[in-house]
Design a protein around this ligand. Structure first.
Ligand code: HEM
Ligand code: HEM
Length: 180
């Protein structure tokens, strides 16, 4: 057993793909989320909705890869011993966030397909436009919009929890996710 292996396990470090996937998906998710939320306030010349949709499809691909990685590696363990309630809360929030990174882009994609529109990523057509499927468009639209407030609350809890652990409990939770 190498020294590096021993030190890594002693520090309960996160793997490089876990850290990379977290910031890549998390950062892109927040960006696409804000584009959607503030679409009416941003200048038309920024082509907001096309960028929102294209980036959203990219988030979907990365989020699926991340989920596969999560299945392979298993859930991350907490850096310190948490109470039962804290540990369940952290797990639930993590699972809901993983779910959000899949459900939001997927409902967006299904909304477009339901509306008979093509799915493209920055001009590259992935799915051609077709017949409208009213029921699909309507269910997908409702879930895309209805999830928004819920995701804001979950994200707030997640970031507040991470900051509390780092700054008040000083247990290095955020440093670990930053690979330090
Ligand atoms: C500024 C924003 C963010 C900060 C500061 C942050 C911080 C963290 C930290 C410190 C952890 C490790 C928790 C632990 O050790 O128990 C973590 C895990 C996690 N975060 Fe975030 N996060 C942010 C944004 C996001 C976003 C936008 C998402 C998804 C939409 C997300 C999804 C997750 C998930 C699913 C985990 C569990 C680990 C995994 O499955 O890879 N985070 N986050
Ligand atoms: C990470 C992925 C995504 C996130 C986080 C996201 C988030 C959002 C948010 C926050 C809104 C504003 C909702 C509101 O006004 O209350 C929105 C609107 C919208 N999104 Fe997404 N979205 C994503 C992906 C997609 C994709 C892939 C598509 C289509 C291919 C899409 C199509 C739309 C459309 C058409 C609207 C406007 C709906 C309306 O005006 O009623 N989104 N999205």
């Amino acid at each position: 057993m190498s020294i590096l292996y021993w030190v890594n396990n002693m520090n309960n470090n996160l793997s490089k793909p876990t850290i990379l996937f977290h910031w890549l998906t998390g950062g892109a998710f927040i960006f696409v989320f804000c584009l959607g939320l503030y679409r009416d306030m941003l200048p038309e010349s920024m082509n907001i909705m096309n960028n929102h949709k294209s980036l959203g499809v990219i988030v979907f691909v990365i989020a699926v890869l991340r989920l596969l990685w999560r299945f392979k590696e298993g859930a991350i363990t907490s850096i310190t011993k948490l109470s039962k309630v804290q540990s369940v809360a952290a797990k639930v929030v993590h699972y809901l966030l993983l779910l959000a990174t899949i459900v939001m882009p997927l409902s967006g994609i299904l909304m477009s397909i339901g509306g008979g529109r093509a799915i493209s990523v920055f001009g590259l057509e992935l799915i051609a436009s077709g017949e409208k499927i009213e029921w699909l468009g309507s269910i997908a639209h409702s879930s895309h919009i209805a999830s928004v407030d819920f995701i804001i609350v979950i994200l707030f809890l997640h970031v507040a929890g991470a900051l509390k652990h780092q700054l008040i409990d000083k247990d290095g939770t955020l440093s670990r996710m930053l690979g330090r």
